[in-house]
Design a protein around this ligand. Structure first.
Ligand code: URA
Length: 237
């Protein structure tokens, strides 16, 4: 693979402008494979490269794929208006390299949120044509009934949708808790479907996307991790 100068590599990883990255290197704040490198022109093969900046370890990644266990009270939009944005929960380097949420969760919804700077990946995960199943655990104000489940499976009409929306599957998991699997990602979809079926959602958590669950990732609320190739494969399952 072609060698790339250290300042360009650092910039691509979200450490700031080329000029700032050069300053970082010249100030002796960057090591590569355990050695301080003070020449920003020094070339490295980025693939698989390990480096530190201000003593913090990093690995070169052409793109980043992250899972965050989103707490309540954070907005997924790129320009949050009423609550802090989810990007404030991540290292600032990710903002600089244009990492963004893959789809949205409401500010008061918790659970699995994917983030990436890979446009085609974001598109493939959010496009309605790809039918990626998302698993939600909803707490309801009134008890879950067989009739509620029947309505969600059969399809409920939301006022701005051309056709009824249905859950792929759903099951009661507690007196006032229901697991719902959806393939679409319409605005407030779970909350609106529950309302249209005569109940009310008081809490909502996304517990899995495709075959990858929050439980398997072992993330506490507010924690994030990189997703590696095998985990990305599971998202399609
Ligand atoms: N459905 C909702 O109603 N809200 C979410 O955040 C996600 C799915």
């Amino acid at each position: 693979m072609k060698k790339i100068s250290l300042d360009r590599i650092l910039q691509s990883q979200g450490f700031g402008s080329r000029r700032y990255c050069r300053e970082l290197v010249q100030a002796g704040e960057v090591t590569v494979a355990g050695q301080v490198v003070e020449q920003w022109q020094a070339g490295f093969e980025p693939h698989g490269m390990h480096f530190t900046v201000f003593g913090e370890e990093w690995q070169f990644r052409e793109h980043v794929y992250l899972a965050l266990n989103k707490p309540a009270g954070f907005e997924c939009s790129r320009k949050p208006s009423h609550h802090p944005g989810v990007m404030t929960l991540l290292p600032e380097q990710f903002g600089w390299r244009d990492v963004q949420a893959v789809g949205r969760l409401d500010h008061d919804t918790t659970g699995m949120l994917l983030l990436s700077d890979d446009g085609p990946f974001i598109h493939s995960m959010t496009s309605p044509r790809h039918h990626v199943p998302k698993v939600y655990l909803a707490t309801t104000a009134s008890p879950v009934t067989a009739q509620l489940i029947e309505q969600l499976l059969h399809g409920v009409q939301l006022h701005d949708e051309p056709a009824p929306l249905r859950a792929v599957t759903c099951r009661e998991v507690g007196e006032c808790q229901i697991e719902i699997i959806l393939e679409q990602g319409k605005y407030h979809q779970v909350r609106r479907m529950l309302a249209a079926a005569g109940n009310h959602c008081t809490e909502l958590q996304r517990t899995a996307i495709g075959g990858l669950s929050l439980e398997a990732l072992g993330l506490e609320e507010g924690q994030w991790c990189y997703l590696e190739a095998g985990q990305l494969e599971l998202l399609k399952a």
